[in-house]
Design a protein around this ligand. Sequence first.
Ligand code: AP5
Length: 211
Amino acid sequence: MILVLLGPPGSGKGTQGALLKQRLGFEHVSTGDMLRSEVSKKTPLGLKAQEYMNQGLLVPDELIVEMIKTLLSNAPDKNYVFDGFPRTVNQAEAFEAMLKTMNLDVDKVFYFDLDDDIIVKRLSGRRVCPKCGATYNIYYQKPKNDNLCDYDNTPLVQREDDKEEVIINRLKVYKEQTSPLVEFYKNKNKLYVISALGSQEEVFERLKSLL
Ligand code: AP5
């Protein structure tokens, strides 16, 4: 099964992707996490991607499509949940073509609907563990000990692109380049709209009931 999580930055794609992995055994593919890992290893892809990511811009389609192609061709037979990919109509078309060659298709696309004011609060409050990647929020999901990861006690950090001026740009880029995918998948009868308001568990229950 192939699922896609679509929605504005901060709408909870990563959080719900992690729950789908933990509880239902999906392979969680976050292109944002993959790129951040390349950035931290300072690979040629990471160095190129960093320039775009720090400004809240999208990394060029061809780099992303290549990354996904490599991943899928190495392990095509898993149940995948894609978080943050596709992010442009170009990427969605390339994804479709790539899946077709493997006799696969996107099964369902979940669109997380959330207002901008809540998005800004969720993103500006997000803190992540640089060691294990666990995500927290200073307003909604605090760690047990102040600013330390619950799992490995590492001091939490704020993502470069979660600074307020970059958030505004990410929202603009989302509206211009990613939101047309709502119509794209609606036209293919694959789109399921989920309110991203409420607790993580409430959103997960909504998602599960549509699976
Ligand atoms: P990426 O990492 O994908 O960022 P994003 O899409 O902007 O999404 P986020 O990770 O910010 O938010 P999310 O929806 O996953 O929310 P989360 O669950 O973390 O991409 C980063 C960059 O990489 C892009 O800007 C681009 O440059 C590049 N990139 C990535 N993919 C690309 C692609 N395909 N093409 C081109 N470029 C690409 O939650 C956010 C916060 O809210 C957390 O603190 C969380 O704890 C909290 N939260 C979550 N759910 C709830 C809830 N129900 N109630 C209260 N708080 C909640």
